[in-house]
Design a binder for this molecule. Sequence first.
Ligand code: APR
Ligand code: PHB
Length: 389
Amino acid sequence: MKTDVAIIGGGPAGLLLSQLLMKAGISTVVLERQSRDYVLSRIRAGVLESGTVQLLQEAGVGARMQAEGIPHHGCLLSSDDQIIRIDFVESCGKQVMVYGQTEVTRDLYTAQDALGARILHGVADVVLHDVQSDAPFVSFTHEGQHQRLECQFIAGCDGFHGVSRPSIPAEVRREFEKVYPFGWLGILSQTPPAHEELIYANHQRGFALASMRNRNLSRYYIQVPLTDKVEDWSDAAFWDELCARLPAEVAKTLVRGASIEKSIAPLRSFVCEPMQWGRLFLCGDAAHIVPPTGAKGLNLAASDVFYLSRALKAQLLQGDGAALAQYGAEALARVWQAMRFSWSMTTMLHQFPDQSAFDLRIQRVGLETLAASAEARKLLAESYCGLPY
Ligand code: APR
Ligand code: PHB
């Protein structure tokens, strides 16, 4: 089996990269460990930066997003009953699109099928070979058969637990990590959202987030200790705690309902440097993880894909390798900006087990500054809506 670019991972990063390269006439093969149903069953955040929206449209997968997505011109931060609105349009002239990531992935699969993409599901034993040479290849097992995929380049889009990042020698990799001392308990309910915009709530009981997928599908989160288990939380207990943390005027009209999905996710910040090694290029969660407070996970994968697809096209179509040599540095510059924003939102809005009175004061001053300063709100809006590529 041969291709121009072997893509490990059929999540948003791998599929978007394959779509953009195939549209430029570059051949790809996507190797995905899970079934398509499994990939599409993963409930993921749903806030798309304008850059991500544009890239999806360029990839030819923007139609349903434009039809069903909800443009958001602002979001709310609350502290107890004080509410601060961040007006994206007034602050930075941008907006975001609320559209479930699962739907983005579904649209990408549909578009890839239309292009006749080679996506192999259920692959196992993926090993990257000779990534430092000019003839790398990937070995794997598929439908009981041992396979060899020869390629010119390998894109590691296989997420945090994939095999691509470890294929860069440990002595070459520098990994930066911060694990947060709490998790997010999230539920999905077929109820109208508590508010027309997202609410990020700071409260002495803990952080809460009121989000949505559409006008009758709400997504809520509350910060919980890492020791909590999903079975510790009945729906009633969740709704009570959520309402205790949201502003009273929002809580009193919030519509409760049965959870159709309930799970706890840990929070971490993680970056791997470099993002490239020989002919291997990391994209998305394979290279970095952000706490969901800044809604940057998919959006960083999109900017990685923007840089890598542009560089691979220059190399493969014009023989110009300059951008490819700079991919990792270019991607990391934007990754670290988003890493800092996600860290700052997380530390400003959550309760930390070991926080001091000083820490609480700093949180309060951070929120008071946002309430008082249009410049402070502008800076937050620019990061939330996405810095330019
Ligand atoms: N071989 C093949 N496929 C693999 C392997 C492997 N060894 N390991 C992991 N995968 C697959 C996973 O099954 C998954 O479908 O790689 C894919 C990685 O997808 P994601 O984890 O979603 O990562 P990414 O595509 O970078 O998405 C970036 O979008 O999914 C959201 O918010 C999420 O931050 C994430 C962002
Ligand atoms: C979500 O809707 O799942 C969501 C939205 C915004 C975030 C995190 C998650 O910051």
